[in-house]
Ligand binder design. Structure first.
Ligand code: PEP
Length: 250
C-alpha cells in the first residue's frame, strides 16, 4: 500500500508573516491527517514555516533546486542549502518552470540527480499541454518526460521518487482532468516506470495528480486506484481549503 501524499505549491505567494499565519491556522486542522502533508514554499518563507510547523505533521518543501553544489549561478539554490534550512521535499520540473524559465527534460534530470544525492525527497512534475493532448501525444509525452527525468537513478532511488502528473491545461484554470482521465494517464506513467525499473519498483512510486484539485473534486480523484495524492496550487493558499483536501477521507 502506498501512503497518499498531499503537497501544497504556494508558488510566488506569501510573505514570511503571512506564511506563519497560514501554517499556524493549518496545524490543528491537519493533525489527524492519514496522508503525508507537505507545503512547498518560496525560500524566503523556509524559516517561518519550519518554526510554525514545529510539532505538527506539516513537512517543509522547496519549489526548485539547482544541480550544482555551489558556484556562479546567480539567484539559484543548491540541494545542500535547502537541506541546511530544514527542507525535506523539493518540486522539480513544474510546468511553470518549463514554460517561463526554460526548464528542459535534461535540466529536470540534472536537478533530480542532485536532489536525490543530497537526500531530498523529489516531487517531479510531468504533464502535457492542451495542444499535445488534442494531438494524441499525452501518453508518449508523459512517458518520455518521466523516463528522462529519472535517468541515472537506481531502482531503489526511483522507488522513493514522487511523480506529479499535472496536465498543463488544468493548472490554475479551474479545469480538472476527469477522475478517469487522471487515473488512466497516471497508469501510463506507472507502466513506463515498470517497463524500465520493474513492477516492484513501479508499485512503490507515489504518483500525484495536480491541476485545480480542490475540496470539491478531491474525493473522486483520490478514489481512483492509481492516484496517490495531489499537488495543490490555488487551494493550498487558504488553510480551510487545503485542510479539506488533506482530510479528503474524513
Ligand atoms: C500546481 O501549481 O501545481 C497546481 C496544480 O496548481 P492549481 O492547483 O492552482 O491548478
Amino acid at each position: 500500500m502506498r501512503k497518499p501524499i498531499i503537497a501544497g505549491n504556494w508558488k510566488m505567494n506569501k510573505t514570511p508573516e503571512e506564511a506563519k499565519a497560514l501554517v499556524t491556522e493549518l496545524k490543528p486542522l491537519v493533525k489527524d491527517a492519514n496522508c503525508d502533508v507537505v507545503v512547498c514554499v518560496p525560500a524566503v518563507n523556509f524559516a517561518a514555516v519550519k518554526e510554525a510547523a514545529k510539532g505538527s505533521k506539516i513537512k517543509l518543501g522547496a519549489e526548485n533546486v539547482h544541480w550544482a553544489k555551489s558556484g556562479a549561478f546567480t539567484g539559484e539554490l543548491s540541494a545542500d542549502m535547502l537541506k541546511a534550512c530544514g527542507v525535506e521535499y523539493v518540486i522539480i520540473g513544474h510546468s511553470e518552470r518549463r514554460q517561463y524559465f526554460g526548464e528542459t527534460d535534461k535540466t529536470v534530470n540534472q536537478r533530480v540527480l542532485a536532489a536525490v544525492e543530497a537526500g531530498l525527497k523529489v516531487i517531479m512534475c510531468v504533464g502535457e499541454n492542451k495542444e499535445e493532448r488534442e494531438a494524441g501525444y499525452t501518453d508518449a509525452l508523459v512517458e518520455y518526460q518521466t523516463l528522462i527525468g529519472l535517468n541515472g537513478l537506481t531502482k531503489e532511488q526511483v522507488a522513493k521518487i514522487i511523480i506529479a502528473y499535472e496536465p498543463v491545461w488544468a493548472i490554475g484554470t479551474g479545469l480538472t482532468a476527469t477522475d478517469e482521465q487522471a487515473n488512466e494517464t497516471i497508469g501510463v506513467i506507472r507502466a513506463a516506470v515498470a517497463r524500465k525499473y520493474g513492477k516492484g519498483t513501479a508499485n512503490k512510486v507515489r504518483i500525484q495528480y495536480g491541476g485545480s484539485m480542490n475540496p470539491k473534486n478531491v474525493k473522486g480523484l483520490m478514489a481512483q486506484p492509481e492516484i496517490d495524492g495531489g499537488l495543490i496550487g490555488g487551494a493550498s493558499l487558504k488553510a480551510p481549503d487545503f485542510s479539506q483536501v488533506v482530510n479528503y477521507d474524513k
